[in-house]
Design a protein around this ligand. Structure first.
Ligand SMILES: Cc1cc2nc3c(=O)[nH]c(=O)nc-3n(C[C@H](O)[C@H](O)[C@H](O)COP(=O)(O)O)c2cc1C
Length: 421
């Protein structure tokens, strides 16, 4: 019986263990998590979601405060049309973040960055261009384009010296989306180096509507493989979404996939950036708590736990300090939802029902986004005497994917809690 370790992924002439840890923003897939995947010979992702905010947290820069000060005038209005990012700060924050991560790299794996198109940041083209070029400048091994069709993205990078050398991949949820991306890429004569095919059971935002249940990852993968064959395109295909055991992964590798992208299993590792409270919420989740919601102001559905603290919040829109979802005209669906929500008799804003302030809640890790199988995480570890669950190491989860047979999951060695006194 085959195991994941029998397979290898070849990208740009290098060989990798065929496990990619997916990008999870904001700083859920931390540098430390990506570095572990790379050390073990696989591929890890950092995410560039809210990179100036992240830079402040990691390097004590003051970009968020400076932006907030610059736009003080619009704080009490709903007109955010002038709230813009300083591109120089964005560039500096992103270069520093990527360079710092890459300087700590060990092993033969890769460190890639997940770059979401839907982070429109009040000036979509300019901010995306800055983020992409800064990632290349910082020495990133690969760029995974996500959350959007990215029809014009390759063009934004094309005049950078590393454009033909850095690995570039795209996340799609259908062969149709891949065709659209390839049309744009052909204009700069650059094929993607890999394609991540993300199915309906993934975490984060989904490329499906309310009918997500009608789609099956293995069928979409088959469709994409067939399309690439028909076009004589030799591009590695990497399925993602609901691949919970090594055996699940082997099934895709035997189907013709070159690697798998996984995320949810790594949310409960020590290296993951979520606070312990959120990790324990993931462990404690039951199947009926997982749902696909329309609460994201991006307009994409997002899979969440129904006890996420962001739900029913009435937080004032945080566009001046944050504002990562603002359109170029200064609009955001949360802004509108907040404006339309009445106040109670004491003048206090009632809970905003239709949308959440993604910037604020992601920055505080209050949106418990997760893959569909989050409720199985409790079966991957030990429960401790106090009822909480033992966190795993990224190495343990990575190796479990590599060596598992028959859908078995290896439990970690029991951690003995320190005696009091
Ligand atoms: C907590 C969490 C956050 C995520 N954030 C992002 C993100 O910022 N960008 C993105 O492209 N995908 C994101 N994803 C999707 C993952 O990168 C990955 O493709 C998917 O979750 C794989 O499915 P699995 O979680 O069932 O293994 C996220 C997933 C999780 C669980």
């Amino acid at each position: 019986m085959a195991i994941v370790n029998d397979f290898r992924l070849t990208l740009g002439g290098s060989e990798y263990v065929p496990i990619m840890v997916g990008g999870m923003g904001v700083d859920i897939s931390t540098s430390d998590l990506a570095l572990e995947a790379s050390r073990l010979g696989g591929i890890g992702h950092i995410s560039d979601a809210m990179s100036t905010f992240l830079s402040d947290r990691i390097f004590s820069t003051k970009y968020t405060k400076a932006k907030s000060e610059r736009h003080r005038a619009s704080r009490d209005t709903f007109d955010k049309s002038k709230v813009k990012f300083c591109l120089e700060d964005l560039w500096k924050g992103q270069v520093q973040f990527v360079r710092d991560t890459m300087s700590r790299k060990t092993g033969n794996g890769g460190i890639f960055i997940n770059v979401m198109e839907k982070l429109t940041m009040a000036a979509p083209g300019d901010t995306l261009r800055t983020r992409l070029r800064a990632a290349m400048e910082g020495g990133i091994d690969g760029i995974t384009l996500s959350a959007g069709l990215h029809t014009g993205t390759m063009k934004l990078m094309a005049d950078h010296a590393r454009f033909r050398e850095v690995l570039i991949g795209i996340i799609v949820s259908s062969a149709r989306a891949l065709k659209i991306f390839l049309r744009g890429a052909s204009r700069v004569d650059r094929l993607p180096d890999y394609v991540v095919v993300e199915g309906p059971l993934a975490g984060g935002h989904l490329g499906f509507g309310e009918d997500w249940r009608e789609y099956k990852l293995s069928l979409i993968v088959a469709d994409v493989l067939q399309f690439l064959k028909k076009e004589s395109l030799d591009i590695p295909v990497i399925p993602a979404g609901g691949i919970f055991t090594g055996t699940d992964a082997v099934e895709y590798l035997e189907q013709g996939a070159s690697a798998v992208q996984v995320a949810t299993r790594f949310t409960v590792t020590k290296e993951c950036g979520l606070p312990n409270k959120a990790k324990q919420a993931y462990f404690n989740a039951t199947e009926d708590m997982v749902y696909v919601s329309t609460l994201s102001p991006t307009g994409y559905p997002i899979r969440l736990l129904n006890n996420s603290p962001c739900i029913d919040s009435n937080i004032k829109p945080q566009c001046e300090p944050l504002g990562y979802i603002l359109g170029k005209d200064g609009t955001c669906q949360y802004l509108t939802a907040y404006e339309n929500t009445p106040v109670d008799e004491k003048g206090k804003k009632l809970p905003v029902k239709d949308k959440v302030c993604l910037c604020y809640h992601f920055s505080k890790h209050k949106c418990y986004t997760c893959g569909h199988y989050v409720y199985r995480l409790k079966d991957t570890t030990n429960q401790l005497p106090d009822g909480s669950y033992q966190l795993l190491t990224a190495e343990h989860v990575f190796n479990d994917y590599l060596y598992s047979k028959d859908h078995q999951i290896a439990l970690p060695e029991m951690e003995i809690p320190m005696a009091a006194g």
